[in-house]
Design a protein around this ligand. Structure first.
Ligand SMILES: *Cc1c(COP(=O)(O)O)cnc(C)c1O
Length: 407
């Protein structure tokens, strides 16, 4: 049986070469690769500064700390995301305030943000879910009107860009890479992301003070020029080693190729799934470029969470890895305990989350692999549907002679 993983890193001999160079040298941390990686990353996203850290979660935490967001403050964000985008707010005892999502893009719905703003609100933390940019023009506008910070969780969206209007320039419309649009942005380099450093992350910003604060906080609260054992504030060890940075330098070099290859795989899926009435393919935008992180399609409204979970099980039985990205954050057990959220609280996030299927998706995925996944998905979904129709008809006392969906 074919076995197809959910994700797979795209590594070549260049990563090995650069890692071996670090091992041959003497500086395994805070060395030249860290500086070079940060420099290249900032250049790639179009920000003035990049500060590399040991995970995307650490990057988000340092954004919150650097903006001095603390107990009593509120940060507006989405419930449809990986848990880290809300946890980073809890780390500083501030409160995540969720806003429901757009049913098509799966990103935070900007039309619902303003009703959640009050005197405690300090920031908006949009997440570019599955690599699709949020409506940053509207989010920046709202933040400006209410004097709020914008922290972009761009951990799933390295290389994604949106068309934004800049009246000072001619022509006024320009592409801006996500992460570099708000006050600061976070990236993650876990092995399932578009590019990896093994573990890793980074903060990008144009603000010199945020960059300096992140550099100090990741390195035990040292200051740029203080003695090694002098600590000017409470910091952390969030450093990223030069070994990881070497992998990052190689990956960044290949990133344009990686993103193009991923776009091709996604296109392959889109073409095949367009023929399936039961499946809604990922949203296609004309005003931005998605950076493909995962390929998440969703079942049509005739299906429920139970159906979806059965379909996931059957895909797995065919050797196809798949996942229910994302169970909403507000329904995670400890959020329910802490805040008393209920199922009806963010109905669109819940409705979408009950029907999504993340299919295998990686840079080196072949057309044959996509074909196999789509072939199996089609058979499973259609048999499941006809079986349901049959059992409903049976309950209604009708006689039908459909084959069972279990082969
Ligand atoms: C991957 C990811 C992160 C960061 O994850 P780490 O494992 O800490 O690198 C943060 N937010 C979102 C939305 C993510 O997908």
């Amino acid at each position: 049986m074919l076995k197809i993983p959910l994700s797979h890193p795209y590594l070549t001999s260049l990563e090995k070469k650069l890692v071996l160079q670090v091992l041959d040298g003497a500086q395994l941390s805070l060395g030249p690769c860290l500086e070079e990686f940060e420099h290249r990353l900032a250049e790639y996203v179009g920000s003035k500064y990049a500060v590399a850290v040991n995970s995307g979660t650490s990057a988000l935490h340092l954004c919150i700390r650097s903006l001095n967001i603390r107990e009593g403050d509120e940060v507006i964000t989405t419930p449809f995301s990986f848990i880290a985008s809300a946890n980073c707010i809890l780390y500083e005892k501030a409160r995540p305030v969720f806003v429901d999502i757009d049913p098509e893009t799966f990103n935070i719905d900007p039309a619902k943000i303003e009703e959640k703003i009050n005197s405690k609100t300090r920031a908006i933390l949009p997440v570019h879910v599955f690599g699709l940019p949020c409506d940053m023009a509207r989010i920046q506008l709202i933040a400006g009107q209410h004097n709020l910070f914008v922290i972009e969780d761009a951990c799933e969206a390295l290389g994604a860009k949106c068309l934004l209007r800049d009246p000072a320039k001619i022509p006024p419309l320009h592409y801006h890479k996500v992460g570099a649009i708000g006050n600061c942005g976070a990236f993650g380099f876990y092995p399932n992301k578009q590019m990896t450093t093994g573990e890793g992350g980074a903060v990008v910003t144009d603000d010199k003070r945020i960059a300096a604060s992140c550099r100090s906080l990741r390195n035990q609260g040292r200051s740029e020029n203080s003695a090694w054992l002098e600590h000017i504030q409470l910091g952390y060890n969030y450093r990223l080693s030069d070994i990881n940075c070497a992998i990052g330098i190689a990956q960044l070099q290949k990133l344009p190729t990686i993103l193009t290859l991923r776009e091709k795989v996604a296109h392959c899926y889109n073409q095949r799934l367009a023929l399936l009435d039961e499946i809604i393919a990922p949203f296609q935008s004309f005003s931005c470029r998605r950076s493909w992180f995962v390929y998440v399609c969703r079942l049509s409204d005739d299906f429920n969470a139970n159906d979806r979970n059965h379909i996931l099980q059957q895909l797995r039985a065919c050797g196809i890895a798949c996942r229910d990205y994302f169970p909403p954050i507000h329904l995670q057990p400890f959020y329910v305990r802490m805040f008393g959220y209920k199922k009806g609280d963010f109905p669109i996030a819940k409705h979408v989350a009950e029907r999504t299927i993340a299919l295998p998706f990686f840079t080196s995925m072949t057309e044959e692999q996509v074909d196999y996944v789509c072939y199996k998905l089609r058979r499973i979904v259609q048999k499941y549907k006809s079986e349901r129709v049959t059992s409903k008809a049976r309950r209604n006392g009708q006689k039908l002679h459909h084959p069972s969906y279990i082969e």
